[in-house]
Write a protein that binds this ligand. Structure first.
Ligand code: HEM
Length: 327
């Protein structure tokens, strides 16, 4: 049967569009239990290693969750955040990634998996499973992680700078940044809830304390008592100190992050900006009112969506033997 030319033309345009926008969430080729036949204990092995790591270094929960997010937002969830560059020009070398930690934990997980099932489990999948396991280890709800990602072999620091959303972002930038990856406004507010665990370097928010508009002034949207405490912890130009993002419960996955925001105690401009959209604000209000009635479950749903962004599956990409090096 002959196809009308216009239909063929539309299909071609759609195909070109899909090729041009590789970072949007699709996730074809991913499924829960991808390694069921090829490495049945894969997830149990990850869980065991993460349990061991958490028992001695619980502070790595934040960095390990964040690592999956940064992997997905730069070139998609394909493990490129883990690659080393001899000339220090990989994603991990970019300024916003300098605070990432936990690479050795990923190596440790990979070593255990290579011992059990050589060449089977990708580094990109390890990041996704580890992210879920640290959420659970800190008190969040478990969710099924889709697997089947392959590893990419390109990692450029310039792409990290262009693709990671800065902590100074306003609501428009945040929404656009998420939409570019096929993530909606709900995903934005839910996943921002990841800031319920972890620490931040002073440099990520010191402009709000010392020089908000370039005149040596503080951010008027920051609660003054909280600002005073932060100033005590972070002196101007402090490059070493880390502070809890969710003071008092930075190692517990809970709803406190949302409670802080309307109190003007969100740490970053990007956290406070969630009050500037009616949908994100309504979500925050609901979680506060209901003690996080949907947040815990929503987090898993949005993490699975984020885990589909720009994945390589099937014959695309490779399964790296060592996560920091291409094969
Ligand atoms: C919405 C846009 C986001 C912005 C602008 C942002 C920004 C930041 C910044 C500036 C830090 C401190 C980094 C440092 O000290 O070097 C941070 C930490 C963190 N972020 Fe985000 N983030 C965002 C979204 C997310 C998402 C989606 C997740 C995970 C689902 C996440 C999880 C974390 C975690 C767990 C930490 C603590 C890391 C640690 O303890 O070392 N963030 N974020």
């Amino acid at each position: 049967m002959a196809c009308p030319k216009i239909v063929l033309y539309c299909l071609l345009v759609q195909l070109m569009f899909l090729c041009l926008v590789p970072e949007v969430a699709h996730g074809q080729g991913l499924k829960v239990g991808f390694y069921q036949k090829t490495c049945p204990n894969a997830e149990a092995i990850v869980k065991k290693v993460i349990g061991e790591v958490m028992s001695v270094a619980p502070g790595l929960s934040g960095p390990l969750l964040r690592m999956h997010f940064h992997d997905c937002f730069i070139r998609g969830c394909e493990g490129s955040i883990l690659l080393n560059s001899p000339t220090h020009q990989a994603e991990k070398d970019a300024a916003p990634n300098q605070g990432l930690r936990g690479f050795q934990t990923i190596d440790r997980v990979k070593t255990a998996l290579e011992k059990a099932c050589p060449g089977i489990v990708s580094c990109a999948d390890i990041l996704a499973i580890v992210a879920r396991d640290v959420v659970v280890a800190t008190g969040g709800l478990s969710y099924n992680v889709e697997t089947g990602r392959k590893d990419g072999n390109i990692s450029r620091s310039s792409e990290a700078l262009n693709n990671l959303i800065p902590p100074t972002a306003n609501i428009t930038t945040l929404k656009t940044g998420f939409a570019r990856r096929g993530l909606n406004v709900k995903d934005l507010v839910v996943l921002s809830g990841g800031h319920t665990i972890g620490f931040s370097r002073c440099s990520a928010f010191s402009n709000r304390l010392y020089n908000f508009t370039g005149k040596g002034d503080p951010d008027p949207k920051l609660d003054s008592t909280y600002a005073a405490r932060l100033k005590f912890q972070c002196k101007p130009n402090d490059v070493t100190t880390h502070v809890e993002m969710d003071p008092g419960s930075a190692r517990t996955f809970d709803v406190k992050y949302f409670e802080l925001i309307p109190k003007r105690r969100g740490l970053f401009t990007s956290d406070v900006a969630l009050l500037d959209d009616s949908q994100t604000k309504a979500y925050i209000d609901l979680q506060i009112k209901t003690g996080g009635s949907t947040f815990f479950k929503d987090f898993g749903v949005s993490m699975v969506k984020m885990g589909r962004v720009g994945v390589l599956t099937g014959t695309a990409g490779e399964v790296r033997k060592v996560c920091s090096k291409v094969n």
